[in-house]
Design a protein around this ligand. Sequence first.
Ligand code: AMP
Ligand code: GLY
Length: 427
Amino acid sequence: MNILLLGSGGREHALAWKIKQSARCSQLFIAPGNPGTAGFGKNIPMAVGDFEAIALFCKQHHIGMVVVGPEDPLVNGIYDYLKADPAFSGLIVVGPSAEAAKLEGSKAFAKAFMDRQGIPTADYREFTKENYDEGMAYLKAHPLPIVLKADGLAAGKGVVIAQTHEEALSNFAEMIVSARFGAASERVVVEQFLEGVEMSVFALTNGSQYVLLPEAKDYKRIGEGDTGPNTGGMGAVSPVPFAQGIFMDKVIERVVRPTIAGLEKEGLVYHGFVFFGLINVGGDPYVIEYNCRMGDPETEVVMPRLKSDIVQLFKAMDDGKLDETEVEIDPRAASTVVLVSGGYPGNFEKGKQIKGLDAPVSSDTIVFYAGITGAEGDLRTNGGRVAAITSYGKDINEAVEKSLDAIKSIGYEHMNFRKDIGFEFRN
Ligand code: AMP
Ligand code: GLY
């Protein structure tokens, strides 16, 4: 089968690496891809938001499966756009419909869904211009800290954890009155602050059946010891040692099953990945957020640990056979350490020449490209997150050590990374 993968980050490099291992994959195309994905298929200069061009490309190249990496095209309705065309009745689109993608695209939609389905999450209220004054009064009486979330997609920047009432009030005003995140912050969710350790669980579902993929924990802050501003993700590990046994049973009973049952009850068309962003509050899981796609950099540890053929899993999803499908997982641990541009997540320069990235690495290490342009021999930085260095190990400690070792031979001006990925689980 010919497959089209949409996206250009480390997540898509990891997906391309995995998809290309499948005997079911004939030609793989990646749009727009990066110099890393070019090693596994043909990069096509086509924007993930250009649905018309994507549809035409699918027809011209006999594409049987479209795998959507990032959230934007999903929230903007690529599933519905493609499936509305009778020519695509047999096309497998890995990703939810626009209505179901609201689980990520609208925090208020996700909260109301969890309320209806009895899924544990922080208590909340939502506010717009209409009930702005009520919101100000609500914030003044709210215990600290206060979590404010822009309702819509804000490239991971729409959440504020206010430590004082003044901070909460000024952020609330900026979001609603000054439209700091444009239409995304016309509505604001104010929620209870939950204290605990975060982790992520991933399912592949067709809206009634599901399979679980390896879980992961990512490290969002720029600084070691989880300090400084949030980033897209500085590293990840899998498995998550505390997310086994009773805790995982609770995740399945209280979160995963009711979510999938909720999709079915509410008629939400969903053929793709569900990313459950969870927090462990005293041994009980709460949902912090849903994402309607795989995580980045979580994919860079989840795909390496997935032994099953991913194209076969997508096919089983489409055929309604996930219930009969066993997912095989590599018992080794995996870690990924993300190399970023100096200054990120603030201002940074691009175009720095990268040395050592294409040199042979050990068989336990895989280099996934993210913000990189150019070709082998002259690779240049082209984003905040530049590459994700993934390694296997007998445990998390060994996996992270191997990634750090591999990084020693890589360099570019102002390269930055965290040496403490997986710190809670290391010795
Ligand atoms: P989100 O975009 O919803 O994932 O939120 C970004 C980050 O804000 C999360 O990864 C958490 O670290 C934090 N966060 C969000 N909601 C809460 C909450 N209710 N309590 C504590 N931390 C939160
Ligand atoms: N690493 C978090 C995300 O992909 O949203």
